[in-house]
Design a binder for this molecule. Structure first.
Ligand SMILES: O=C(O)CCC(=O)C(=O)O
Length: 349
């Protein structure tokens, strides 16, 4: 049976969380090693029951087949919530990702949940999964705080809403369409190359639905350049793929690396069916101040961080379109980050 080609797994370390309390020091060492060198790692024995992950995927598979008229009742709204289809254009490629996605948050979601008439119980099931993933994220973010010699709650206080409604963390349900019988031109991707804006991303994949690739080597946050060596990450439902985002890279004075990644279309001979994944982005709260212990960068709030990142995206996009239309060959090469093409609103990560 055809399967996705998966090469050297040692490039993205797998870290087991079994016996977490007793092994805490060893786990912190492994997390710090993976995140200072690569910015990506996978977690196994992470404690989230397989049934709960399956239920979240089942929810996603109930949502995406709904008619577009139903899904578009909650369109992407500029605050990184809602549904989009084929609307996300990456500055790195200038082409729309071959996918649709639904983004959900804990706060400010009035009118953004699919109704019970359209999909009964959606909100309760989604929120339950989001809370579970956030709890695991807290455990891992505390390890990073300890590994960096910071107060234990630095990143968890920084991301988990204390009840004031300024959470920006986001669950993105992703549906990459089947490419059966379809031909794509050059430079089309399921998700073009980008680095995430957040503190820590946790990504759930399904067995055999591959295509995720990572490219370590970024030294400085906000840097658009990256190397050329892309490594496949195996799609396994029993492991969570984690990566450091730009907020944590800056918060750690560039010690923890936010790494470029992308999802490629299936190569010849690989499965052409749909791919489902789910990404939980732990974002800094809007009013939290991000600054590393060495003060390498000036302080910045979570809200301002996102504003500047989106601004860079816009510049990257216009450099891309100028270059594409031949108006200039002197624009800086842009690579990275997410943007959604005008007139749609811009999204994060
Ligand atoms: O679906 C994946 O494997 C990656 C998704 C991703 O990188 C994103 O949505 O930002």
């Amino acid at each position: 049976m055809a399967s996705f080609i998966t090469d050297d797994q040692s490039a993205v370390p797998c870290i087991s969380l079994h016996d977490f309390t007793e092994r805490r020091a060893e786990i912190i060492e492994q997390l710090m090693d993976a995140s200072t060198r690569i910015g990506f790692f996978t977690l196994e024995n992470h404690g989230i029951p397989a049934e709960q992950i399956q239920d979240a995927f089942a929810l996603s598979q109930q949502f995406f087949p709904l008619p577009d008229e139903v899904k578009s009742k909650t369109p992407l709204n500029g605050k990184n919530m809602g549904w989009e289809k084929g609307a996300q254009i990456r500055p790195s490629t200038g082409t729309a990702d071959q996918k649709e996605s639904m983004q959900l948050q804990f706060a400010r979601m009035q009118g953004m949940w699919p109704s019970d008439d359209d999909l009964p119980g959606f909100r309760a099931r989604a929120e339950s999964f989001m809370s579970t993933v956030q709890q695991l994220s807290v455990k891992v973010m505390e390890c990073f705080a300890e590994g960096l010699g910071l107060p234990l709650d630095t990143f968890t206080n920084g991301t988990v809403d204390p009840g004031v409604g300024d959470s920006q963390s986001t669950l993105r349900l992703l549906h990459y369409h089947s490419v059966e019988g379809k031909e794509f031109g050059n430079n089309f991707w399921r998700a073009g190359s980008h680095a995430d804006f957040d503190v820590l991303t946790m990504l759930f994949q399904r067995d055999g639905e591959g295509g995720l690739e990572v490219c370590p080597g970024r030294e400085v946050v906000g840097d658009f350049g990256h190397g050329n060596t892309w490594t496949n990450v195996e799609a396994r439902s029993d492991r969570i793929v984690c990566n450091i985002g730009d907020q944590l890279m800056r918060w750690s004075d560039d010690r923890l690396k936010s790494t470029f990644h992308r999802v490629r279309l299936p190569n010849k001979g690989e499965p052409t069916g749909p791919r489902y994944s789910m990404a939980f982005f732990n974002q800094a709260r809007s009013d939290v101040v991000i600054q590393g212990p060495e003060k390498k960068y000036p302080p910045i709030t979570g809200a301002e961080f996102i504003r500047q990142a989106l601004e860079r995206n816009k510049l990257g996009m216009s450099a891309q379109s100028s270059a594409a239309s031949g108006r200039s060959d002197k624009q800086p090469h842009s690579d990275a980050h997410d943007a959604v093409a005008a007139p749609r609103t811009v999204s994060v990560n």
